[in-house]
Write a protein that binds this ligand. Structure first.
Ligand SMILES: Cc1ncc(COP(=O)(O)O)c(C=O)c1O
Length: 380
């Protein structure tokens, strides 16, 4: 949709971009200052393949306390964002012909990586009626002798769901019963609202040894352009993972890693205030969408996305996304972009434009929906 918006309208500031999934905040000053200081101190040479040990120690301290995963420096590799971590895991763990279960609606970027590794994507559609909750029985029915891994995104893009302990335990039971690996993308772990609790599946009994947990500084610290993240894995997997990361990029820039140390060790109040602003935007967007005829928007407990059900408008996801772009210059993503289970939904990012611009987008969408005089029935 971003490409479509740019093709139609170039960089016209009238276009409000709610389709791209990136924070609109600036990186907090202390992170920038630590990076600049590292540059000035001469941190411009080769570093450690797995990442600088002071950053890995900061990661160990943070992950142990916040995520409850027991680990040491030997379990950590610093990567160029979560994308690079996912690439290394799929190439290291998937052999040609191995099946990887993904949960639908899915984050599409993982599909190419699985296929590049020679793997076969097995998409398990989750049920919209229960908010796309993990359905362990359905997932277990998709397991075959070729299944190698289950890929999880928690908190979830696009649905905004933050999986409960019970859901994760049911998934963990399937993984343990069938001796499967789990790869858990937790890029939104810090963006949870109200009393929602993020739980890392690797913290559940018996899971650390079979789980790759992927994190990044990307969203919570507004560092998407910096390209820095990290993965946590059992020590037996680290040599294979390093074979990939060290051969494709050697290691992440050393001075950027100094900024990442400041992010983890520093005052978290700036990061918290960004989450608070995301919550304010989420509340406004959900309230506005729920007031529109034919639209039902569950309030997501995490991430920077809302995933409204638009079936009551009578339009398909792509039709409505295209119409909104053409008629209102508001770009949103079709829910079906995340797999057929997402048909009848849109995905709107509440993190990528300032509050006033998002409010303006809601005015335009509301006026457009009002303009569709009589909602067409879903069967029409
Ligand atoms: C679920 C998910 N994983 C990974 C990424 C990419 O993360 P990074 O920019 O750190 O590679 C995104 C970005 O939108 C995402 O939504």
């Amino acid at each position: 949709m971003y490409e479509k918006a740019t093709r139609l309208f170039g960089d016209d500031p009238q276009v409000i971009h709610l389709e791209v999934g990136r924070p609109d905040f600036d990186t907090p000053d202390p992170i920038k200052a630590a990076t600049i200081a590292a540059l000035e101190a001469g941190k411009v040479h080769y570093g450690e393949f797995a990442g600088e040990s002071d950053l890995r120690q900061a990661i160990v301290d943070d992950v142990r306390v916040r995520n409850g995963i027991d680990l040491t420096l030997r379990n950590v590799i610093v990567t160029n964002g979560l994308t690079h971590a996912a690439f290394a895991v799929t190439l290291a763990a998937i052999d040609p012909g191995d099946e990887v279960i993904i949960l639908e609606p899915y984050y599409p970027q993982i599909i190419n990586k699985i296929e590049l590794a020679g793997g076969v994507v097995v998409s398990v559609p989750l049920n919209a009626d229960n908010g796309f909750a993990i359905d362990a029985e359905r997932i277990e029915r998709a397991v075959t002798p070729r299944t190698r891994m289950i890929y999880l995104v928690n908190p979830n893009n696009p649905t905004g769901r933050v999986y409960s302990r019970q859901e994760l335990q049911a998934l963990a039971d399937v993984a343990i019963r069938h001796d499967l690996l789990v790869c858990s993308d937790e890029v939104y772990e810090r963006i949870v609202f109200d009393d929602a609790e993020h739980i890392s599946i690797a913290a559940l009994p018996g899971m650390a040894e079979r789980t790759f947990t992927l994190f990044a500084f990307t969203k919570a610290y507004a560092m998407d352009g910096w390209r820095i993240g990290y993965l946590i894995a059992d020590a037996r997997f680290i040599p294979a993972l390093l074979k990939i990361t060290a051969n494709d990029v050697s290691h992440v820039n050393v001075f950027i890693q100094a900024g990442a140390v400041a992010a983890l060790r520093g005052d978290q109040s700036i990061a918290r205030s960004m989450v608070e602003e995301d919550r304010r935007r989420r509340d406004m967007v959900c309230q506005r969408l729920n007031a529109m005829p034919g639209v039902v928007c569950p309030v997501p407990p995490g991430t920077i996305y809302v995933y409204p059900d638009i079936k009551g408008t009578g339009y398909s996801s792509q039709e409505l996304a295209d119409l909104l772009l053409q008629e209102t210059q508001v770009a949103v993503e079709s829910g079906a972009f995340y797999g057929p289970a997402g048909e009848g939904y849109l995905r709107l990012c509440i993190g990528c434009e300032p509050y006033a611009r998002i409010a303006e987008a809601m005015d335009r969408i509301a006026a457009f929906i009002d303009h569709i005089r009589q909602p067409r029935s879903a069967e029409a």
